[in-house]
Design a protein around this ligand. Structure first.
Ligand SMILES: Cc1ncc(COP(=O)(O)O)c(C=O)c1O
Length: 283
């Protein structure tokens, strides 16, 4: 697998802030297995390799970035892969699902209500190595911590702010566990989601009250503007919401000397987002 690791760290001038921030370009790690996906999968795959399992099994939602990356990693590494997907139908125009099938994953569509029952079964092990939904867990945290150690200029001081989106919370947890002083800023794309409570973790007030994969014109225009200003495309579910909310509320964060925004990838989700809202392909 050809991985661009360590991923680049870009110093980017943000006109709305009149200052530079750093953007850790984990989106450039790999065309498909990008962002925090490789970070989170790496040690699970290593653990699978030293197990006697027949393959890897995981579970997730209809457009899951995690399942997409896992499916491709298994395809490249010749690992049998089973994916249990809830909230999808085979007739949907779902590029994630289509890719997974193309990459030889065995796809089972399940109802949301079966999810917990299945997860219990996976833990009991049916010969397949189980990776939890969203690639959550301590093995994932170990991989995310490596991202942090790649940033040579990073000082673990309270004048440093690390900005990273919140899904399962694994990436935030990894950063908090591997620092002692730096502050972490996040945003969950799920409205009113209860996030981890930690004295160095803050959630930025959201600029747009959008649902998980929601759209409005102003939001979309700002994504395009950011891309024009910086040449960096953010994903429409996680990092664009976080970046825009951060820029909008910058007065609360301007005291930080060093600001690191972690680009966690997720760009595959643009395909279905464009389709759903009839937008031009920006990727
Ligand atoms: C693109 C993207 N960014 C961020 C996250 C959140 O990461 P974590 O689950 O480690 O909180 C996810 C998924 O969970 C994701 O797909």
């Amino acid at each position: 697998m050809n991985l661009n690791i360590p991923s680049p760290l870009d110093k980017v001038f943000i006109p709305q802030l009149s200052r530079d921030i750093y953007i850790k370009r984990d989106d450039l790690i790999h065309e498909v297995i990008s962002g925090n996906k490789w970070r989170k999968l790496k040690y699970f795959i290593e653990a699978f390799n030293s197990s006697n399992s027949n393959g890897i099994v995981s579970i997730g939602g209809a457009y899951s970035n995690h399942l997409h990356a896992l499916s491709y990693a298994c395809y490249l590494l010749n690992i049998p892969c089973k994916l249990y997907i809830y909230g999808a139908q085979i007739s949907d125009d779902n590029m994630m699902l289509q890719d997974a099938i193309k990459w030889n994953s065995q796809v089972e569509l399940i109802s949301r209500s079966l999810k917990n029952e299945l997860i219990n079964q996976f833990w009991q092990n049916d010969g397949f190595f189980f990776i939890p939904e969203g690639g959550e867990g301590e093995l994932a945290e170990k991989g995310v911590a490596e991202m942090l150690s790649e940033i040579e200029s990073f000082e673990d001081s309270k004048e440093s702010l690390i900005i990273i989106p919140y899904g399962t919370g694994t990436s935030c947890k990894a950063i908090l566990k591997n620092t002692s002083n730096a502050h972490v800023l996040t945003l969950s794309p799920v409205m009113n989601n209860q996030i981890l409570i930690h004295d160095r973790l803050k959630q930025v007030p959201t600029k747009f009250n959008l649902s998980f994969a929601g759209y409005n014109e102003e939001y979309y225009k700002e994504i395009i503007l950011f891309k024009t200003q910086t040449s960096i495309l953010l994903d429409p579910i996680y990092s664009a919401k976080l970046m825009q909310s951060f820029i909008f509320n910058f007065d609360n964060y301007k005291m930080y000397r060093d600001i690191y925004f972690i680009h966690t990838g997720g760009l595959q989700s643009w395909r279905n987002y464009n389709l759903r809202y009839k937008l031009d392909q920006i990727r």
